[in-house]
Design a protein around this ligand. Structure first.
Ligand code: 4NP
Length: 168
């Protein structure tokens, strides 16, 4: 199993959107049995809540049903997950402050780092803006998910000799 965790501030907008987009991509590629995917927030402001209604509406329009319940990032997540993807630089800083261990730190990176085309490396926080920002976030997390999955495939021996997750 490959364990992937998306992290933002509140875990109600960007990281649940990323979780949903990445899971949809895994389903499309029939790889979902090989992954455990989750999301969390560096703050616990919205613990126990569903994703923001705007996040859910935009995802639903693209065929993604979000049932994630918001939770705060836990130190044990550093052990449990192989890839920890921060949505912005503030999230990245917060995560890095929680550990001194190299084996933890090397799992943490910006989600957009692998995307081609340069530009900003952050997924912008849409919380205080209108729904058009949520649409932009959805576009970003979908395209960053493609880049992430390609990178994970390349990095993992696991996928060598397999097609669509099944033995050739
Ligand atoms: P997220 O967005 O980090 O993408 O989930 C936010 C959600 C809630 C708050 C800020 C950002 N808040 O301040 O409550």
């Amino acid at each position: 199993m490959i364990n992937v965790l998306f992290v933002c501030l509140g875990n109600i907008c960007r990281s649940p959107a990323a979780e949903g987009a990445f899971k949809k991509l895994l389903e499309k590629e029939q790889l979902e049995d090989h992954f455990f995917v989750d999301s969390a927030g560096t703050a616990g402001y919205h613990d126990g809540e569903l994703a923001d209604p705007r996040t859910r509406k935009v995802a639903s329009d693209r065929g993604i049903s979000l049932s994630h319940i918001s939770r705060k990032f836990n130190i044990s997540d550093f052990e449990k997950f192989d890839y920890i993807l921060a949505m912005d630089n503030a999230n990245l800083r917060e995560l890095k402050q929680l550990t001194k261990k190299n084996e933890h730190l090397k799992k943490v990176t910006l989600f957009r780092l692998l995307e081609e085309g340069g530009g900003t490396l952050e997924v912008p926080d849409p919380y205080y803006y209108d729904i058009s920002y949520f649409e932009k976030v959805q576009d970003i997390v979908e395209s960053a998910s493609l880049a992430l999955l390609e990178s994970i495939k390349l990095e993992n021996q696991f996928f060598k000799g397999k097609k669509n997750g099944k033995e050739n």
